[in-house]
Design a protein around this ligand. Structure first.
Ligand code: C5P
Length: 235
């Protein structure tokens, strides 16, 4: 399943984003549009990037009552995106509603994945602030199992969790993993990181890479290096 590099388009405006994408004259990368860009530019930026031939992961992490999420997903289904996500914390019922809204009765359509626990949530905060008992790792597995039960296609997780999620939910349950850095590049604010090659060995299906590509002196070269290391594929 998958095995692709998704470039995180963490830019504030359409102009910045399109100027960045203009650099890619050959292979069009799979891209991730998050809240920053979507809330600034709306659905039009999704259509524009789709028209340029990119696959799109719309990272909006929906979390609301089931009916609202179902209706929101129905709206998003009109954007011909390739992947979209919700928070698993919204419950199995909410995830089932999300799937209904996105895909109707079909198993086709965009991949629908769930955020388990955000990588910014520590063990301590989860126990003491959110009052969720137990080990973070066990909660991540349980939320992934809930996502599978609801009929979702996979989860966003740390590359270091891909193996245990595949063990618990099956090899075809997709793992999408941020927190990837080249062996010789800055960590930025990411803590639990691995290299593209490491993520491949750990079983990630897709890696999400932002700053190592967007802030590189040669973004196209950095993207191609990432793709080669992760997929073994030369350009
Ligand atoms: O620049 P960097 O490679 O750290 O970007 C990673 C991208 O993945 C960002 O868009 C970030 O919001 C997203 N992300 C993450 N950790 C998560 C979920 C999403 O870094 N747990």
């Amino acid at each position: 399943m998958g095995k692709d590099v998704i470039v995180a388009l963490d830019f504030p405006t359409a102009a910045d984003t399109l100027a960045f994408l203009d650099k890619f004259t050959g292979r069009k990368p799979y891209v991730k549009i998050g809240m920053e860009l979507f809330y600034a530019e709306g659905p039009e930026i999704v259509r524009e990037i789709k028209n340029r031939g990119h696959k799109i992961f719309l990272d909006l992490k929906l979390h609301d009552i089931p009916n609202t999420v179902e209706k929101a997903m129905k709206s998003l289904s009109k954007l011909s995106i390739d992947m979209v996500n919700v928070h698993a914390a919204g419950t199995v019922e909410m995830m089932e509603a999300a799937k209904r809204g996105l895909k109707g009765d079909s198993e086709e359509g965009p991949l629908l994945i769930a955020v388990t626990q955000l990588t910014s949530t520590s063990q301590e905060r989860m126990n003491e602030e959110l009052l969720i008992d137990g080990k973070l790792e066990d909660v991540v597995i349980k939320y992934a199992q809930n996502a599978k039960k609801a009929g979702l296609d996979g989860v966003v997780c740390s590359p270091l969790e891909s193996g245990m999620i595949h063990d618990a939910c099956g090899d075809d349950f997709v793992t999408v993993t941020p927190g990837v850095r080249f062996a010789d590049s800055a960590k930025d604010d990411q803590v639990r990181i691995t290299t593209p090659e490491g993520a491949k060995k750990l079983g990630s299906d897709y890696i999400v890479v932002g700053r190592p590509i967007t802030k590189a002196e040669d973004p196209v070269g950095a993207y191609e290096r990432c793709l080669a290391e992760f997929t073994g594929e030369e350009k």
